[in-house]
Design a protein around this ligand. Structure first.
Ligand code: F0G
Length: 458
């Protein structure tokens, strides 16, 4: 399978690890993926790449042609773009679940509520384990196995752990998961268990889990699979390439991304910058990052000091995936905001719940953290930052079924019961569809149908 599909890496796509702080090139990575000189994060760079339009045209055709191939490395929506990724000498070494290849859907109902002529959602929740994490995990887990690790590990709000556990299992590695007790949805927790991870629920938050894991990896031969691992972001960047391909290489005006640990926005931004540099696109979309108001370190960092030093916060939000107060990749995200001219915005718990129901009402659905994108977009339109006729893509990061408890509580109307938000939550009523308990008779069902029809007419 190897020779004819994957020529040996040429100097043009040999990759290096470089520090985003001091720029030093790292020959050997530390266990915590920090620069040995200055402690900052690393990123993958490709010094041999040259900008050339004809190269771009050849690659576009090659990537499209691979869609008809039955080889695992071509069927993966990540590895299909392998010319822009670190190279593997033997493609049989990669661990793939055929990730990527996610749909781009038009969202007519959401466009209306946001005040736009047209709106799209790229649903990264349609990945094999139900979140965008799979696109990064195929890459970083493959590196872990190539380097001979028996154990991989992550701290997580749930999706990273689900994804890591799956790829570790497929790759014959063992996995260690650290999650905050009581703050991970059942769907995600059950995935980690099913895929065989050693799952530790710690009496702390995500930031506490991350701190602890950084110490563990210094002491034990365990490969860190959080998004400080730059290979994760290289895999995740392919979602942006795939997105632009779906738009026939015409970039949208805006891409709206949820912000948690800030790896994903950094990864997508890196891809757009690289595609521009390589001549795949002629202009950059603006990448805007939306956070929950209760977990808003990037918003505060940008507003209070223009992105110079991180303002960490004590995070609290029911969108548990992004309940993060001390995001590792904040500097990378600031760079992307500045390079693309995007905005940061924050949204309330009620705004998140409403937006999630509106995304559901378009027949798509997502988990709460993904819904911050629509909630934030509405604000950006009101502010005039996004114009009615501009093209906009929401990045939906997780599947609706990741957190069914949130959805059930929303529709039953008790998501905000007994909280200070109860009054504000009145605006959610028209979206709520609680299940109806009936006698098992035809009359009861027909009566309910007629009542619903009358209600929906008005
Ligand atoms: N959306 C979902 C569904 C997530 O699971 C996450 C992060 C984000 C958005 C934010 O992405 O961290 O790259 O800015 N989840 C991580 C986890 C932290 O452990 O699953 P980010």
């Amino acid at each position: 399978m190897t020779e004819n599909i994957s020529p040996a890496p040429s100097s043009a796509h040999r990759s290096q690890l470089s520090c985003i702080g001091c720029g030093v090139v790292c020959e050997k990575t530390e266990q915590n993926f920090r620069c040995a000189s200055c402690g900052d994060l690393l990123e993958i760079v490709y010094p041999g790449w040259k900008s050339s339009l004809s190269d771009a045209a050849v690659l576009k055709a090659l990537w499209r042609q691979r869609r008809t191939s039955g080889l695992p490395v071509d069927e993966s929506g990540v590895w299909r773009f392998r010319e822009l990724l670190p190279s593997f000498h033997d493609w049989q070494q990669i661990i793939t679940l055929r990730e990527g290849n996610t749909p781009l859907n038009e969202m007519p109902g959401c466009a209306r509520v946001a005040g736009l002529q047209q709106l799209y959602a790229k649903h990264q929740g349609m990945n094999p384990t139900g979140s965008f994490k799979d696109t990064g995990m195929t890459m970083a887990a493959s590196v872990a196995r190539r380097e001979g690790f028996r154990w991989v590990a992550c701290a997580s709000t749930g999706n990273t752990s689900a994804s890591m556990a799956a790829y570790a299992a497929r790759g014959g590695m063992r996995s260690l998961v650290l999650i905050p007790e009581g703050k991970v949805s059942w769907g995600k927790l059950s995935q980690a268990l099913d895929y065989g991870a050693v799952t530790c629920q710690l009496k702390t938050d995500f930031d506490g889990c991350m701190r602890l894991l950084n110490e563990v990896v210094q002491r034990m031969p365990v490969y860190l699979l959080n998004s400080v691992n730059p290979y994760r972001l290289e895999g995740q960047k392919t979602a942006a390439i795939e997105l632009i391909e779906q738009f026939d290489w015409q970039p949208p005006d805006h891409v709206i991304v949820p912000g948690g640990n800030l790896g994903n926005s950094s990864a997508l931004g890196k891809a757009f910058l690289e595609m521009k540099q390589l001549g795949f696109i002629s202009r950059l979309p603006k990448i805007s990052i939306i956070q929950a108001a209760g977990a808003n370190p990037l918003v505060r960092t940008m507003r209070e000091n223009g992105g110079k030093t991180l303002v960490a916060v004590q995070a609290e939000t029911a969108a548990s995936a992004i309940r993060i107060g001390n995001p590792a990749s904040w500097k990378k995200a600031v760079r992307i905001l500045q390079a693309t001219g995007g905005a940061v915005e924050q949204v309330s718990e009620v705004e998140i719940a409403l937006a999630k129901a509106e995304i559901g009402a378009d027949g798509i659905g997502c988990e709460p953290a993904s819904a911050v994108t629509l909630a934030g977009l509405k604000k950006l339109v009101k502010q005039g930052f996004v114009k009615a006729e501009e093209s906009v893509v929401l990045i939906l990061t997780g599947h609706l079924l990741k957190d069914p408890e949130f959805t059930l509580r929303f529709h039953r109307g008790d998501l905000f019961t007994g909280t200070e938000r109860e009054k504000e939550a009145g605006i959610l009523k028209h979206q709520q569809r609680a299940p109806i308990v009936l006698d098992a008779t035809m009359e009861a069902v027909i009566r309910t149908l007629k009542e619903a029809d009358d209600r929906l007419e008005t």
